[in-house]
Design a protein around this ligand. Structure first.
Ligand code: KIV
Length: 281
């Protein structure tokens, strides 16, 4: 039985922090689930950490469907949320509903995530009315990277604070079950969390949120040369992977691998036959 959407509110009401991590395929989903994580985000961050793009803008709906299917297939208990990519919900609420419907129906995920506050509240409401749980995302919204001119902390002026409060309240009123607060000052995230009845999930927003989300590749140290300020590396898997692959290469080059136990010996009859073939002139 999978975790359901009510988990989020229960955790907030019981003041138990929510742990969320991104996953992009069956293996990562399974590992997160084995570690006891109950909520997984198939983030469009996959555009950067899996597909090698500079930002999330090139990610398509088909790519999100493909990766979300894998995560759902690899897990049994987790609540799986899929990101709606750039321009798949911005044109009209009809477009958003059709695309969110595809994500839910074709992947088996339980919710979608949309970037934006007041601006997308009516669209968000339409999805919720049609039975689709929505996680909202405000603060630094990576699909607007070109408007910001980079990955910049948001909510640094009183006007931005007022806008973020209006955004948070608008997505709550529209029916979001929780809201991601990305890259805003810790005190502001704590303030917004107090103003909301729904849980907040922070990333680079301090400890005053109802939960935290991190990109899997950041916490596992899978990207050798990059750890954002808001992440902590709990492992250095890139280093370990390079060292393992280099040992493999060395063993192939020096004939150490494969050893006898890495292949199947021929039956006696087949061995005799092959021996006969080799003996032929
Ligand atoms: O795409 C993503 O992984 C995200 C999280 C970082 C919140 O949006």
């Amino acid at each position: 039985m999978r975790t359901t959407v009510s988990f989020f509110q229960k955790q907030k009401d019981n003041q138990i922090p929510i742990t969320m991590v991104t996953a992009y395929d069956a293996t990562l989903g399974r590992l997160a689930e084995q570690a006891g994580v109950q909520t997984l985000l198939v983030g469009d961050s996959l555009g950067m950490v899996v597909q090698g793009h500079e930002n999330t803008i090139p990610v398509t709906l088909d790519a999100m469907i493909y990766h979300t299917q894998m995560v759902v297939r690899g897990t049994r208990k987790a609540f799986v949320i899929a990101d709606m990519p750039f321009m798949t919900y911005n044109i009209s609420s009809d477009q958003a509903l059709a695309n969110a419907g595809r994500l839910i129906q074709e992947t088996g995920c339980q919710a979608v995530k949309l970037e934006g506050g007041e601006r997308i509240a009516a669209t968000l409401e339409r999805l919720v009315e049609n039975g689709i749980p929505v996680l909202a995302h405000i603060g630094l919204t990576p699909q607007s990277v070109h408007r910001y001119g980079g990955w910049r902390v948001q909510g640094k002026t009183p006007a931005e604070v007022q806008q973020l409060l209006a955004d948070a309240l608008a997505v709550q009123a529209a029916g979001a079950f929780a809201v991601v607060l990305e890259l805003i000052p810790a005190e502001l995230a704590a303030y917004l969390t107090q103003q909301l009845t729904i849980p907040s999930i922070g990333i680079g927003a301090g400890a005053g949120c109802s939960g935290q989300v991190q990109v899997m590749h950041d916490i596992l140290g899978l990207l050798e040369d990059f750890t954002p300020r808001h992440a902590r590396r709990y492992a250095s898997l890139a280093q370990q992977a390079v060292s393992a692959i280099s040992t493999y290469r060395h063993e192939v080059e020096t004939g150490v691998f494969p050893a006898e136990q890495h292949s199947t010996p021929a039956s006696e009859d087949l061995a005799q036959y092959l021996y006969g073939q080799q003996a032929k002139p």
